[in-house]
Every structure is written in structure tokens, then in C-alpha cells.
Design a protein around this ligand. Structure first.
Ligand code: ATP
Length: 249
């Protein structure tokens, strides 16, 4: 193809018993794009994300990252291949400091890169990685604070930081604004914009104003399928999308 995709899924399906949470989803994600994944509750957004990241088993279909088939690979193998994700449920160690959380994630990544790990010299690199991400997520000055005592918004930022330490080419964000108050949502949106520079991002977000404003392309799911995809303005005018959301907002 001319416009090579970085992530691609072909006719994927995820079933829970007789129930198909994702059916026949085919999609090509272009490098550097920010995709907003929307749809009513239960549409299959998280399940699709899980299917891409390896946390949900496919009953059918294939997934490719950079044209390499990753179907069946573990979530860890996919992370190492450049597919990172953050979670709806917090992954941070509340009783450790912000910096320690970041350092652990940095260490996990560098350990993988260097199986015959020589601590000397690497401690500095690990600390540098953690330091760099600390400022990238706007938490300079909070490094020594216990992660559990951060505001909700800052915990979300820290989670994105943990995902960044695996140097993802593709970053999957499942509701990074969930539970974040209006006052800090703007800051969080800025962070998402920032981390999307030079990467592909797939974002699940329920706030329509945010998702329409921030995304290069919107993907709408309904009942396990992709109902429509395209630029925000096109999606907003799509009668099928309007119908799907009747009674929703
Ligand atoms: P929300 O916006 O509420 O998070 P969603 O679009 O992310 O919804 P999913 O969480 O992917 O939707 O769920 C899709 C459907 O699959 C739902 O009907 C849900 O009940 C079902 N489902 C999800 N996970 C499982 C599971 N582990 N076992 C059985 N059913 C599941």
C-alpha cells in the first residue's frame, strides 16, 4: 500500500461464549495519527483495544504491527515491539514515590534491552529516562511525592509516563480523562496532544468535545463493529452516528 499502516487488524473477532464483543473489525492505523475511538457503552471499544494489545483472545482474525504479524503474541512481547498502553484501572504503586514508579518502568525496559545487565553505568541512564519522562508529563517537582497522594489527574499523567518508558510507537489510551475534573482536563488534553507527537495514538474517550477536537480521525463502534470512521466534521454529520447516539448524550 502507498500509505503504509503501522498497526493493522484484519477481520478480528472476540467472543465471550456465544456473545461477540467485537465482530469482523478491519482497520489500518496510519503512522503519526491520533485516533479517537468512540461508541455507546458496551460497543466493544475496550475489547478492541484489548484485542490489539494482546489482552483479549481472538476467535478470528489477525493483527499486524509494522507489517509483522503479532496475532497470538503476549502483551509483553507487543510492548517490546512498540505497542504500549495505559489502563482504565490504575497501574501505579501508590506507596512508592513518583520517581520510583518511573524508575521501575525505565529499569524494566532497559533490562529487556540488555539481558546481560551491568548495573554500573546503567543506573544513570535509568535515572535519566525517569527524569526525562517526569518532565514530559509535567510532574517536575513531584518526583519525591508518594504516587498515591497525587491528584487524580496527576496519577493519570503518571500512568501515561509509565507507558512512555517502553518507548511505544503506538500508544493505546483507555479513558485517560476518566474521573479527571474539569479544571485539570485541559492539562490532560495538552499532555495527550504532546505524547501524540511522532507517535500513533488510539484514544478511548467519552467526552465528545475533547475527542472531536483532538483526533485526526474518529472511529465509531456500535455493537462490536466499526460503524463509521473519518474526520470529526464528517462523523458529526453522519446520520448513522447520530442515530447510534440518540439518548446517549
Ligand atoms: P464502555 O464504554 O462502557 O467501557 P466498551 O465500548 O469499552 O464500553 P467493552 O468493555 O469492550 O465495551 O464491552 C463490550 C461488551 O462485551 C459488553 O457487552 C461487555 O459486557 C462484554 N464483555 C466485555 N468483557 C467481557 C468479559 N470478560 N466477559 C464477558 N463479557 C464481556
Amino acid at each position: 500500500a502507498e500509505n503504509k499502516s503501522i498497526l493493522r487488524c484484519e477481520e478480528i473477532e472476540v467472543s465471550y461464549g456465544a456473545f461477540k464483543a467485537v465482530t469482523n473489525v478491519t482497520y489500518e492505523f496510519k503512522p503519526g495519527f491520533l485516533y479517537g475511538l468512540i461508541g455507546p457503552n458496551g460497543a466493544g471499544k475496550t475489547t478492541l483495544m484489548n484485542a490489539l494489545s494482546g489482552r483479549a483472545q481472538l476467535s478470528k482474525g489477525r493483527v499486524f504491527l509494522n507489517d509483522q504479524e503479532i496475532t497470538g503474541q503476549s502483551p509483553h512481547a507487543r510492548t517490546w515491539a512498540g505497542l504500549g498502553r495505559s489502563f482504565q484501572i490504575t497501574q501505579i504503586f501508590a506507596e512508592m514515590t513518583v520517581f520510583e514508579n518511573l524508575r521501575l518502568a525505565a529499569q524494566a525496559h532497559r533490562f529487556r534491552l540488555q539481558p546481560f545487565w551491568r548495573p554500573v553505568g546503567k543506573f544513570k541512564e535509568i535515572a535519566n529516562d525517569a527524569e526525562r519522562v517526569l518532565s514530559e508529563i509535567g510532574l517536575e517537582g513531584f518526583g519525591h511525592v508518594n504516587a498515591g497522594s497525587l491528584s487524580h489527574g496527576d496519577q493519570r499523567a503518571l500512568e501515561i509516563g509509565l507507558a512512555l518508558l517502553s518507548e511505544p510507537k503506538v500508544l493505546l489510551l483507555d479513558e485517560p480523562l476518566a474521573g479527571v475534573g474539569h479544571d485539570v482536563a485541559e492539562k490532560a488534553v495538552e499532555l495527550i496532544r504532546k505524547v501524540s507527537q511522532g507517535r500513533t495514538v488510539l484514544l478511548i474517550e467519552h467526552n465528545m468535545d475533547v475527542v472531536m477536537e483532538i483526533s485526526d480521525e474518529i472511529i465509531v463502534m456500535l455493537a462490536g463493529e466499526i460503524l463509521a470512521s473519518g474526520e470529526a466534521e464528517t462523523i458529526k454529520r453522519d446520520p448513522r452516528v447520530r442515530t447510534a447516539y440518540l439518548g446517549e448524550e
